[in-house]
Every structure is written in structure tokens, then in C-alpha cells.
Write a protein that binds this ligand. Sequence first.
Ligand code: SRM
Ligand code: SF4
Length: 570
Amino acid sequence: MTDELSRNEYIKEASNYLRGTLAEGLREEITGAIVEDDQQLVKFHGMYLQDDRDLRSERTRKKMEKAFSFMIRVRIPGGVLSAAQWLALDHVARTYGNTTMRLTTRQTVQLHGIIKSNLKATLKEIDSVLLGSIAACGDVNRNVMCGANPDESAAHAEALELARKISDHLTPQTPAYREIWLDGERIAGGEDTVVEPIYGKTYLPRKFKIVVAVPPSNDVDIFAHDLGYIAIRDEAGVILGWNVTVGGGMGMTHGEPETYPRTADVMGFCAPKDAVAIAEAVVTVQRDWGNRANRKHARLKYTIEDRGLDAFRTEVMRRAGVLLQPAKPFVFTATGDRYGWSQGTEGRGHLTLFVENGRIHDVAGAAQMAALRQIAQLHDGEFRVTPNQNLIVANIPTDKQTEIHWIAKEAGLLAPWSGLRRNAMACVALPTCGLALAESERYLPDLITALDARLAAHGLSADDIVIRMTGCPNGCARPYLAEICLVGKGPGRYNLYLGAAFDGSRLSKLYAEDVEDAGIVATLDPIFAAYLAERQKGEHFGDFTIRAGFVAATTNGADFHKNTGAKRSA
Ligand code: SRM
Ligand code: SF4
């Protein structure tokens, strides 16, 4: 190893396949935290050490340790859970967590507020329903996403099968997870090729994300991910193979233009039998070519910018032993979820629920945890977390549909929402996220109420407009692909980006910097008015803001920071 490697590379190398001193740290009762190197390693086990940021200053004043607890992210390929699994997650959230469940933008469930001494009990209960959190975070392949649109049942089943196969194939093999959390027998270390045949001792240079999409829905936001598969079907709906996309990503840092979000490139088309081999080859090329010195330049999107798509494709084909064919035509129409009932096969129905920003809790007038628990006790079908932080109760037999409908309605999971709210996402941000610069999940609902009042005044309430907010530029709610994008800059301040495509294919552009929260409505209102007055038939808001000259189009990630700022004064 050379001195140029980032600190995390040394931590991984010395960790004995992700063990570090986690087992010892768990027994250390004097603190609710774990040592710094283990904080990096525990991510590979699907956990983050956090503290309640609302309590920070008070505890510092009282000379107390921060209010430490852990967030556990469960690995759920394609977001599909059985009713029994739902009930187990609900139980651990109420017994050990902060009594809420958080559906994420990658179709997983996060449990917040678990103190160190409860980690093992929580993970054992999760394991008892055949779920786990290994590799939900860390420098490895994360949860594999899969389109959730219930109108595409047959294709969904095949897409889900691929997502699960890829997920299994790329799950780390280290026995450390079983040993540490589930009291499994300790197994001695070994050669990299034996313990981790795909990753080796130092795993990947950075996180890695894979999705499977079924057009015309782009609910997974395929262009935001390191690797993606687009189902290509014949006229009868049979999947002929997959277009493969590479090099998407959202994260950037304010004031560092060498970091930027990027939309993925379509690299070619592969037959169904080759899809997993392609995934392995893409991962190993990134393992070997990715930047291990600078973590801000370590994602696959930068490897592809640095080496070029052609060289990358050639190396992937060589390693996989597969000749990629030219990509086939495909059309995406939208990134949102399809709410309400849709018809499945054999008389079964699917009900897509609206869960605001993915947070399930029991609050006055909306006992959502209780309602979903009741549904899970009634229903032996599936629960599917969508890529938009919502939930589908899938495959409900006819005789249970009315009862489930009313339980969901009563809990506020079915109410009619405006075009803006039903297309909204916010990341978690404060108080748990250590990287948040501004509020997000706790603020966006109120902002939407204020924006909705203006949209109603313009007669635009029913129009689908995608809005996303994050508390920092890391991009956890994929904001740069939203037609209205608000990114936290500091307490109560946001950068406003406009001009992304409704189908998720084009990034936005900076329109106004450092907008105070109180000024967001006034900044957008004249643009809404112009949209009403000047839009063409069927024109989406993001396309309009470019055609009408409010922002320049971003055609490629590397242009993201060029030609920014308001072009037309509102
Ligand atoms: Fe994220 C880090 C939450 C999806 C890009 N993300 C974090 C952490 C763990 C903060 C930290 O490192 O300390 C956040 C925990 C907050 C909390 O209290 O729960 C966090 N990310 C989330 C979730 C829960 C947001 C949500 O509201 O749903 C999503 C969990 C996904 C999952 O279940 O696996 C989540 N994060 C994403 C996405 C969207 C996606 O993957 O589709 C992105 C952008 C896509 C991408 O990766 O490029 C994303 N998260 C990041 C980044 C920036 C990565 C980069 O390349 O720069 C960080 C920070 C980092 O890695 O250094 C980050
Ligand atoms: Fe935290 Fe930033 Fe991700 Fe929001 S975007 S959850 S503030 S890391």
C-alpha cells in the first residue's frame, strides 16, 4: 500500500474482513458510541452511529456525551417484504427503535434510535424473519432496486428475479456479520479469493448502487445509479434482454465543482443469461480502476469520466466474456408512483399508499404504524417499498380489499393529494443525519402546503410536478433529477435548481443560490404564473423552465456547474 490511499482503505485492509474491534466495542459500557475506525466498518454491516442533533447543544452545555444511537438499514432487494417480515420490523421499531419506520429512496426500511446495547437483539429478531442488514451501507454493492409499478406484474416478477440474483451474487461473503451480531461461530480468516472472491480484502473504493427498471416507468430513477438494467420487451411483453446503464450518481459538495451529479450512459444490450456476469464484471472493473486515494472522486461516474465509456465497456466485455450489442430503443414516461388500486392477476389487487417522505409513525389523526400492522395481520400477500418512499400492499385477495382500503384511508394513507405532494421526496436530514446542513423531511411538507396555495391560485393544483429536497448536496432524495430541486446550504437556506426532465433523463441546473426558506414561495410563484400562461400542450414544468429561458439545460454531468443562475428574471 502507498501513502496515497485514503484512510478508509487502511481501515478496510486491517479489519480482517470487516471485523475490526466491533465485538469488543459492543461490550464497552462506558460509552454509547464505538471507536472511529469501527464507525466506518459498522456501515458495511448496515448501521450508522448517529446522535440526536436536536439535543447536541444542551448535552454539551451539561457536559454530557452526545445522545448516541444507531440507525439500522435493512437489505430488501426490490423492496419486497412478506407480511411476517413487515410485522417483525414494526415490532423491533417499537421495541428498540424510535417507534417509527422510515421507508427509503432505495426501497429499504431504516430503523432509527437503537442504542448500542440493543443492537444484537434487534438484528437477531430481524434475522429470525430471514432479513439482514449486511451491505446495506459501506463500500460494496448496496440494496438492489427494482421497478415497483404494479401495472407491470409479469415483467415485474422477472425484474425482481434479476434484482435478487444480482443482490445474492454480490453480497459480501465475510462471516463477520453472523459472528458479531448473531453470535455465530468464529471462522478464521483466509485468502481474499476464498473469503471475498469478488471484493477482496479492501472491498470497493466507494459505495455501489444497482437498479432494474421496467419501462415505461422510471420509478427507480435509473440514470442516478452506478449500474442499471432496462427491460426490453417484445410486443407480447416477453423480456428479450436488458439495456445496461453505467456511471450515474448524485453526490457533490458545495463549492467543489470537480464534484457533480451525473446521469448514467447506456452502455449496450445484453441477453438475460448474461446479466449477472455483466454485473460482476462492472463491479470488478470499478474495484480495480476506481480511485482509492480521493473518496470524493471514487464513484464509478468519475471512473467513466476519467477512462471513457469505450474503454470501460471493452474491459467489462473482456472480463464477462460477453459481447454487448448496441442498445435497443426504450421510452420512459415518469419517475413517480401510481397511487391507489390496480388490478393484478387472479382477482388480486394492489394498493399503492402515499407515505409522506417515507416516515411511518403514529401521530394524532394518522395512526400509520398501527394501521399497517393491522393490514399485515389481515393480509398474507406482499408489502413492496417503492423507490419513491411509498408502500404497495400487493396481491390482496378480493374478499379483503374493502377492509384494507378503509384501514388505509382512515390512517391518511389514501387521501387525494396535490400534483406537487404526490411527486415529492425529502431525505431524512435533521435530527439524525450527521451531514445535514438544513432541514428536509421535517420541512418539505409545510413548504408544499405553502406552494400548493400558490399553485391552486394559478389553477395548477392537479398538475404533476416533481419536487425533491435534501438537507445537503449528497443527493439522497435524488434531487438533481427533480423539476424543482432544493438543496440545503445552511440552516434555513437552500439552493434552488430547475429544469430536470419529468422522465428522469436530464439533470437540473442552479437557478438561485442561498434562498432563505421564507423566500422560496416568492421565488417560484412568478415561474408558476409563467408556466400557466406560456406552456405548450402537455409540456412538463422542467422542460418549460428551459424553453422559457429560466435555466439552461444540463446535458451531461460535467456541465452541471456551467451556465448557472437565473437566465430570465421571473
Ligand atoms: Fe444517502 C449518506 C440517508 C439514498 C447519496 N445517506 C447518507 C447518510 C448515511 C449520512 C451519513 O453518511 O452519515 C444518511 C443517513 C440519514 C439518516 O439519518 O437516516 C443517508 N440515503 C439516505 C436515505 C435514508 C435517504 C432517504 O430519505 O430515503 C436513503 C437510503 C437508501 C437505502 O436504503 O440504501 C439514501 N443516498 C441515497 C441516494 C439515492 C439513491 O441511492 O437512489 C443517494 C444519491 C445517489 C448516489 O449514491 O449517488 C445518496 N448518501 C449519499 C451520499 C453521497 C454519495 C456520493 O457519491 O457523494 C452520502 C455521503 C457519502 O457517501 O459520503 C450519503
Ligand atoms: Fe443527510 Fe445529506 Fe443525505 Fe439528506 S442528502 S440524508 S442531509 S446526507
